[in-house]
Design a protein around this ligand. Structure first.
Ligand code: NAP
Length: 247
């Protein structure tokens, strides 16, 4: 794989962190974006200590100006980005009739608008390079819906739709755009849900044909391939990584 500059949002934790590490192991320079700047910088420092190239940047994906400032910093310190992985996300659960306008807006601002704004900020650099890879981390909840997750499932379903639109629009520039809707992946977010009583890990595993929770590295492996030169004929796809739960 040719070394490129990659931006991974939500890169300070869980799936985004594993993806950033994997893309760095593949030889890419990686910019970890997270609203928690300390975790983003810690992720980058671990890679540079191992001889790789990485930076951590405090970016909240609900702040459009902040995204553009972050991309400018990436350009200055690493070079123009040609790989973008949108993993920053917020999960909320609760009865639909109790979803407040503010909560609805916030979930869409992070999961959908944040993804869109990051794509808009990076795609011009990909067009200039004549090559680009975008991977949006959506959710397997979009396959069949999940009761009491109206804001989350609708925002992630819209990310799947956005993925298809961008794939059609930018294919002619050598840019592919795909989504990975993960199944049940053992991350800090999921452990937080378990401690709140929102999910049972045992039940989730029982519903998963391969009989285990997914790991962030399972998602990172698929993302690594989608971000590679070899995946140039795959675009506009939802590539499920879910242990066989949604086929
Ligand atoms: P995670 O461990 O909580 O990681 C998500 C990261 O994104 C956290 O560092 C989080 O920071 C950050 N983030 C949240 N809002 C942000 C914002 N506005 N700007 C920048 N960064 C922000 O969760 P995860 O499980 O790895 O989830 C990663 C993605 O996978 C999410 O989009 C999630 O919806 C999706 N997903 C996960 C699963 C699963 O089973 N884990 C399944 C389906 C889909 P804070 O900690 O400060 O919030």
């Amino acid at each position: 794989m040719s070394p490129r500059v990659a931006v991974v949002t939500g890169g300070g934790s869980g799936i985004g962190l594993a993806i950033g590490r994997r893309l760095a192991a593949d030889g890419n320079a990686v910019a970890f974006f997270d609203r928690d700047g300390a975790s983003a910088k810690a992720a980058a420092e671990q890679i540079t200590a191992d001889g790789g190239s990485a930076i951590g940047v405090q970016v909240d994906v609900t702040d459009r100006a902040g995204i553009h400032a972050g991309i400018d910093e990436v350009k200055t310190r690493l070079g123009a980005p040609q790989i973008l992985v949108n993993s920053a996300g917020k999960t909320v659960a609760g009865p639909t009739l109790e979803v407040t306008p503010d909560l609805w807006e916030l979930v869409h601002a992070i999961n959908l608008t944040g993804t869109f704004d990051c794509c808009q900020a990076v795609i011009p650099h990909m067009i200039e390079a004549g090559w680009g890879r975008i991977v949006n981390i959506s959710s397997s909840s979009t396959h069949g819906g999940v009761a009491q997750m109206a804001a989350y499932v609708s925002s992630k379903s819209a990310v799947n739709g956005l993925t298809k639109v961008l794939a059609l629009e930018f294919a002619k520039y050598g840019i592919t755009v795909n989504a990975i809707p993960p199944g049940f992946i053992d991350t800090p977010m999921m452990r937080d849900h378990e401690s709140q009583g929102l999910i049972s890990v045992e039940q989730q595993i029982e519903r998963t044909p391969v009989g285990r929770a997914g790991t962030p590295e399972d998602i990172a492996a698929a993302c690594s391939f989608l971000a590679s030169d070899e995946a140039g004929y795959i675009t506009g796809q939802l590539v499920g990584v879910n242990g066989g739960r949604n086929t």
